[in-house]
Design a protein around this ligand. Structure first.
Ligand SMILES: [Fe+2]
Length: 135
């Protein structure tokens, strides 16, 4: 199952939407490698590639929220933290047990659900809020 960014996930903020595309792209690379049975070391490198960008992107969003006193900041922080913890848990599982088929299925379901929900709910609220601030 692939994950692709498309218009109905737009937040209305050009920069945030661009970053989401990049995040999806990195997730897609990692996820495809998992499907192809890539060996653990290479898989972990792709996971790091995803993790680095997730951190950059979340930091960017949280800084904007602080700057504009966005009321949903605490919730966003928690949500971002959840995703980073998922990545960390995944790394540990790959390191200790290797990438199994079951792991691939459960991880993808969970992470894809998270990404879609986070963009549709949390980040859309942020996009609406920013638009109002700037109008
Ligand atoms: Fe986001």
């Amino acid at each position: 199952m692939a994950i692709e960014w498309h218009e109905d996930l737009a937040t209305g903020s050009i920069e945030i939407d661009l970053q989401h595309r990049e995040l999806f792209e990195r997730f897609g690379k990692f996820s495809a490698a998992f499907d192809e049975g890539t060996e653990p070391q290479a898989l972990l490198e792709l996971l790091t590639f995803l993790e680095e960008y997730a951190r950059t992107h979340f930091t960017y969003e949280e800084e904007i929220q602080e700057r504009y006193s966005f009321p949903g900041l605490a919730e966003q922080r928690k949500s971002h933290e959840f995703f980073m913890q998922e990545i960390a848990a995944l790394r540990e599982k790959i390191e200790t047990g290797g990438p199994s088929h079951e792991l691939a299925i459960s991880l993808k379901g969970k992470m894809i659900r998270y990404l879609i929900q986070h963009l549709r709910n949390d980040d859309r609220k942020l996009g609406d809020f920013l638009r109002e601030k700037n109008s």
